[in-house]
Design a protein around this ligand. Structure first.
Ligand code: AMP
Ligand code: GLC
Length: 454
């Protein structure tokens, strides 16, 4: 059944992507310098930096990175737990160390950058992107296609491709240390593939918003159909107020124009910021998150037991996820919650229709292509992802949903909501893991509107 649903959803979505006008993407764009870790090299570096001190940092992540020992310790923390983490690198000498260590690949990074290349460069949907700093290196990572950044010339706002922006601003580089499942270093073995990110970037972590966006937002937002917001995750209790005020203003403009906005949640370590985002969520139409992010929200609303349940099983217990999504929907007042985890996705919506599920299926194909290749180059890559088998481990998840909510063909009614489920396609040996979540959320969001508008 699922193979059939996958094929028909794909046909439907690609034929209708042209229905979408402009999508606004704000705020975080950077350069990802990807290093595929090598055990011997990493062990030698740890020994040279002082193994005892490094191991201490592998027990608990620091708040930010102030030394090479903290950097290496944080990488070991990620490997040991198979968990993703991202920290701001404050120390210049550590930034220099990372630069010398080098990278295997330079790739577009940040939710906005990744989504701009996918929506604009592959799906052909016109996008307006917020790029905090446009260096030549950053601009060169944008694919050709209808991707625009605002530029003020002679007092007039113009939309130009980032390559035509011709400014020589700073490069915001995030060093991504990727490791495969089973990667071993000393006595640690990675339970699953993942990455540690060290951001040598003074703009995105502070949610720097460009003058063009602060002064001309009304005009920028004039002709957009949809918006996707991201990049709030690195803020702290000390610096979140100002950007939040600007974003609140932007959302007012979007809501006045009835432009549905999606928030890509991303893991937000600072509890004050997480609570502030939660209080603010009602301004969005939709939100996208994974199990760790959903659990972190349950924690701040006092649902500790549910938070633990979300992290207890693999695959994640779908009944606990549904309960948590219902709580979030009631509390925040968003119309759509899109949950993704390794092996399946769920969407809770206050409206009904097969198009919600079909958009999730389309997103799972895009995710499989991204996992396999590291970057989606063309629609053809997504077509080829059809060959990746549907995840067998999602069967018990589907059975549990059928038993609890009478789910059929991935659709059920739960309270006054619709719950849509899809088992995903899992790539056995992914090229890398960074950016798959962004691929999933943006594809499902635009896919849904493409189907609805068609
Ligand atoms: P995030 O945790 O937000 O970065 O998103 C990662 C998501 O990517 C997971 O929730 C999975 O749904 C998906 N994913 C991770 N690894 C693979 C893989 N090997 N094949 C297909 N999808 C994957
Ligand atoms: C975060 C990171 C960025 C990465 C992105 C992928 O925004 O800062 O480096 O490309 O996540 O989702």
């Amino acid at each position: 059944m699922w193979d059939r649903l996958y094929a028909s959803a794909f046909e439907k979505v690609i034929n209708r992507l042209g229905n979408i006008g402009r999508v606004l993407l704000a705020y975080n764009t950077n350069i990802d310098a990807i290093k595929y870790l090598n055990s011997r090299d990493l062990e030698e570096r740890v020994n040279r930096a002082g193994k005892e001190e490094v191991l201490r940092y592998s027990e608990e992540l620091p708040e930010k990175i102030m030394s090479v020992q903290q950097l290496l310790g944080s990488i070991l923390w990620s490997v040991k737990l198979g968990k993703a983490a991202e920290l701001f690198v404050e120390s210049c000498s550590t930034r220099f160390y990372m630069k010398l260590w080098g990278w295997d690949e330079l790739r577009m990074g940040g939710q906005v950058g990744i989504m701009a290349n996918l929506l604009g460069g592959v799906y052909g949907i016109p996008v307006i992107a917020h790029v905090p700093q446009i260096s030549r290196l950053q601009a060169g990572l944008f694919k050709d296609g209808p991707i625009y950044v605002p530029k003020i010339e002679n007092g007039q706002l113009r939309l130009v491709h980032p390559k035509e922006f011709n400014a020589d601003e700073e490069s915001c580089i995030h060093f991504i240390y990727e490791f495969p499942r089973g990667f071993t270093v000393f006595d640690f073995e990675a339970p699953r593939e993942n990455r540690f990110i060290g951001s040598a970037d003074d703009y995105n972590p502070n949610l720097f918003i460009r003058t063009e966006f602060r002064k001309n937002f009304d005009e920028i937002a004039k002709n957009v159909d949809l918006a996707i917001v991201s990049g709030l995750q690195a803020l702290t209790k000390d610096n979140y107020r100002e950007p939040f005020e600007t974003i609140r203003g932007h959302l007012e403009v979007l809501n006045d124009r009835n432009v549905p906005a999606h928030l890509e949640f991303a893991f937000t370590p600072d509890e004050t910021v997480r609570k502030a985002i939660l209080d603010f969520l009602g301004n969005f139409w939709s939100v996208g998150l994974n199990e760790v992010e959903l659990a972190s929200i349950m924690e701040v609303i006092g649902e500790k037991r549910l938070a633990e349940k979300l992290l207890a099983n693999d695959p994640v217990d779908p009944i606990a996820v549904t309960e948590a999504m219902l709580k979030l929907a009631e509390r925040a007042g968003v119309k759509r919650i899109h949950f993704h985890t390794y092996g399946y996705y769920l969407a809770l919506t206050d409206y009904k229709g097969e198009f919600v599920r079909d958009a999730l299926l389309f997103a799972a194909l895009a995710a499989a292509a991204k996992a396999k290749l590291g970057d989606v180059h063309s629609m053809d890559d997504i077509v080829k992802a059809m060959k990746v088998p549907v995840n067998e481990r999602a069967k018990p998840v589907e059975e549990a949903l059928a038993k609890e909510y009478g789910m059929e063909k991935g659709l059920a009614e739960v309270d006054d909501y619709q719950l849509a489920f899809v088992p995903t396609k899992i790539v056995e040996k992914p090229k890398s893991t960074v950016g798959i979540g962004d691929t999933i959320s943006s594809s499902a969001f635009v896919g849904e509107f493409a189907l609805k508008m068609g």
